[in-house]
Design a protein around this ligand. Structure first.
Ligand code: NAP
Length: 316
């Protein structure tokens, strides 16, 4: 077994995984089973975005569905069982110019022979007045985290994708009404979710409409809406606004060091290799297309298999 050793105050590792979502923890599992003693820097959210999902119904092997946080814990437990080490730490700076790569985390420095980037993506903001000021006071990006606070209250959801509908349906457990505000007249969400939302007695829709301001002094009281077809504006009273309008990949740290597409997703080849040999990537950080727990886990596993081959080729 290859052990993690210290060099000065920098920890020397064979495989350093950045991120602890499905991609990062699947990569850790595979690297651990290859006896590479991977270290995972978890980032702020153990389990990644999936851990914020109330129920994951489309990860194979769980016919009744599984809680997102529970699935993250299971991934972690399985990786640790084979020798992965998960540190509750966020990587803040990387130097990928030469191997071993240098990574600075909150508490420690690392020298890594290979890196698997699985830093995922973060929720997009609307960028309207009142949004930042009232975040945590009625503005939320996580139904599982905050839904409970809206018991018997009125909420609006912004977005027309799977997240908006899935999370909106989840909030119906608590809220008295859930109004989905979407900028078009057509939803992007899967037909099954559309059907469930359309048939739910607590859910209604406002079409072709955007939120232009969140109103309230110390908590959300209303939103200003604008119909994008007619230009008509109105104020809608609400106790909460949940925003699910897509994600931005967490790649700022790699700018100028790894190739990205126009939206900031890391470019990888069919072996999960980034533009820097020895640095691999998987999951939503490198995937603008699928973004599913199962596809992210698959990409993470593939990245670790390739990192293992890379180490074999470069160490013999
Ligand atoms: P998404 O599919 O990108 O949808 C984002 C939604 O937000 C779209 O309806 C978009 O409108 C709207 N939007 C974007 N910017 C906006 C703005 N500035 N103002 C107002 N509306 C805006 O994102 P997502 O729903 O988070 O899903 C991401 C990925 O995860 C998808 O691949 C999805 O299938 C997957 N996912 C799957 C599940 C599941 O399988 N159960 C659950 C959650 C997520 P337009 O439609 O007009 O572009």
């Amino acid at each position: 077994m290859v052990s993690t050793s210290s060099n000065g105050n920098a920890h020397r590792v064979k495989v350093l995984v950045l991120g602890s979502g499905p991609a990062g923890l699947a990569a850790a599992l595979y690297a651990a089973r290859a006896e590479l003693a991977p270290v995972v820097l978890s980032g702020i959210q153990l389990g990644g975005q999936a851990a914020l999902t109330y129920a994951v119904e489309n990860y194979p092997g769980f016919p009744e569905g599984v809680g997102g946080a529970e699935l993250g814990e299971l991934f972690k437990k399985q990786a640790e069982h084979f020798g992965a080490k998960v540190e509750f730490e966020t990587a803040n700076e990387v130097d990928l110019s030469a191997r071993p790569f240098k990574v600075t985390g909150d508490n420690s420095k690392y020298l890594a022979d290979t890196i698997i980037v699985a830093t995922g993506a973060s929720s997009n903001q609307l960028g309207v007045r009142g949004e930042n000021e009232l975040t945590g006071r009625g503005v939320s990006y996580c139904a599982t985290c905050d839904g409970w606070f809206f018991k018997d209250k009125k909420v609006i959801i912004v977005g027309g994708g799977d997240s908006a509908l899935e999370e909106g349906l989840f909030i119906t457990r608590y809220a008295s009404s859930v109004t989905i505000v979407h900028r078009r007249e057509e939803l992007r969400a899967s037909p099954l979710l559309q059907k469930r939302a359309a048939e739910h007695p607590k859910v209604d829709f406002i079409w072709s409409t955007i939120v232009t301001e969140v109103l309230g002094s110390d908590k959300v009281e209303a939103v200003r809406l604008k119909n994008v077809k007619t230009g008509e504006e109105r104020i809608l009273e609400t106790d909460g606004i949940f925003i699910f309008i897509g994600h931005t990949p967490n790649t700022a740290m790699f700018k100028g060091q790894l190739e990205m597409d126009a939206l900031g997703y890391l470019k990888v080849d069919d072996r999960m290799q980034t533009s820097q040999p020895g640095v691999f990537a998987g999951g939503e950080v490198a995937d603008p297309h699928f973004r599913q727990v199962v596809t992210s886990a698959g990409m993470g596993a593939a990245a670790a298999i390739q990192a293992t081959r890379f180490l074999e080729e470069h160490e013999s």
